[in-house]
Design a protein around this ligand. Structure first.
Ligand code: ZN
Length: 143
């Protein structure tokens, strides 16, 4: 399906940007990532941004909007080992949620494998009830 290729390309491109200019985890953040099952927390990079931008690709942007997947309220987005976080919203709860998505990428084995599964889940269950999202919420650290 065309959308899978567009999405996997976009995720890979964004991951490269974040890995190139993001920051490594602090020792406290490495503990959180390990707690939610990430195998290689040292590979994660975080890039704080004022706004998480939707894809330029028209097909992807349309699907993301229709699925309520990426909008003005989005505060975190995990792309392989790259994580976008919106400035001013960074909490342990958000970090643990996004780190769990990293764990899901690791289990899936590749960006392509994760993204195909994730899109299928969103088509089938909707964004909120997608099993990857349910699982990420179940691993949120709530103080
Ligand atoms: Zn999520």
């Amino acid at each position: 399906m065309e959308i899978f290729d567009h999405a996997a390309n976009w995720v890979s491109q964004q991951q490269e940007i974040i890995l190139g200019s993001g920051v490594s985890l602090t020792s406290e953040q490495i503990v959180i990532a390990s707690q939610v099952g990430v195998l290689r927390p040292e590979k994660i990079r975080i890039l704080s941004v004022a706004k998480i931008s939707p894809p330029d690709d028209p097909l992807l942007r349309k699907v993301a909007e229709e699925m309520n997947f990426l909008g003005p309220d989005t505060i975190g987005l995990t792309l392989g080992y790259g994580i976008y976080l919106r400035e001013g919203y960074i909490t342990d709860r958000l970090l643990s949620h996004e780190f769990r998505h990293v764990q899901q990428y690791e289990v899936a084995g590749s960006v392509q494998a994760f993204i195909v599964e994730y899109i299928q889940q969103i088509f089938q269950y909707g964004y909120y009830d997608a099993p990857y999202e349910v699982d990420a919420r179940a691993h949120e650290l709530i103080h």
